[in-house]
Design a protein around this ligand. Structure first.
Ligand code: FE2
Length: 301
């Protein structure tokens, strides 16, 4: 196995530099002014997600620019054509798909209950707060994420969504020392998995918050899982992680909603969770398509 590249270490300039309080204050004020506060503000109705109109595209970019995410609502419920997420993603510059285990040849993953998989996303169990691909190597970080709903459960399967920039602001305003602790390149370690031939990865350490040198944007890597994660043994890291857990359950900027059939989430890999659900015997099973991209949504930096 070849050695992996390190995390970017360039000195951070701009609003995410802890030393630059002026630029942070300006960025923060503009962000809070523009950020949607209700999930309905994120929803854009589209006639055909394979072929967005200019106005639909612009409305989705606007939401993603302000909230790092948007929801599109289309009348394609029940249509299992993977060209829907593929074409839609392309329109936003999402072209470099992460070929994770479970993805089809085109890189799109069907999220549905597969009893034998052993992985929670393919079960009907709840999924705790996380960003996608937090265990990926530094040069394969997931910046864009697309979830397209083909079929939904009538019992559960609700999504929670958090713009990670809002969580960052809440943390930096109350506890800048937590932000600093979580930007350490050894803040979180995902133990290696050398047994599953589909995965085969070494121990992988990295920061929770990092600044993408290519775009200057803030990225977040996080999982609320308590197993298969090793937090740095430092009091500030433990406090910061407990603080995030609490925020995810209580903060007003946590949005909740249900993706309806034909709807989808387009986002810059924001924090999300999912409640457990039950597939009904008289209804087609819940099915979502997921695309994970190395690209960020074009027009949002
Ligand atoms: Fe996810």
């Amino acid at each position: 196995m070849r050695p992996e590249p390190p995390w970017p270490v360039e000195p951070i300039v701009g609003p995410f530099s802890l030393a630059d309080r002026d630029r942070y204050a300006r960025w923060r004020d503009a962000k809070l002014e523009a950020a949607p506060t209700r999930i309905e503000e994120l929803v854009v109705e589209v006639a055909d997600p394979r072929h967005l109109s200019e106005a639909e595209h612009a409305a989705l970019v606007d939401r993603c620019g302000r909230a790092n995410m948007a929801l599109y609502a289309s009348p394609t419920g029940g249509d299992a054509d993977t060209a829907i997420p593929v074409n839609l993603g392309r329109r936003f510059g999402l072209t470099h798909l992460d070929h994770n285990p479970g993805a089809d040849d085109g890189g799109i993953t069907a999220i549905t209950v597969v009893d034998s998989s052993g992985y929670i996303p393919y079960s009907n169990r709840p999924i705790s707060w996380h960003t996608d691909g937090y265990y990926n190597r530094p040069d394969r970080q997931i910046r864009g994420l697309l979830l397209h709903c083909v079929e939904q459960s009538s019992d559960g399967g609700e999504s929670g969504l958090i713009d990670h920039e809002l969580l960052y602001i809440a943390m930096r305003d109350a506890h800048p020392e937590y932000v600093e602790a979580l930007m350490a390149p050894d803040a979180m370690t995902i133990p290696g998995n050398m047994e599953d031939p589909r995965v085969m990865r070494p121990d992988r350490s990295g920061p929770v918050f990092w600044v993408d040198p290519e775009t200057g944007t803030l990225q977040m890597r996080y999982t609320a899982r308590r197993r298969n994660i090793r937090w740095k043994e430092a009091p500030l890291v433990a406090e910061a992680v407990a603080w995030i857990r609490n925020q995810c359950e209580t903060a007003a900027y946590c949005l909740h909603g249900m993706l309806q059939p034909g709807w989808g989430l387009l986002c810059n890999n924001v924090l999300h969770d999912r409640t457990g659900f039950v597939d009904q015997p008289d209804h087609r099973p819940r099915l979502l398509y997921r695309g994970r991209y190395y690209d960020r949504i074009a027009g949002t930096w």
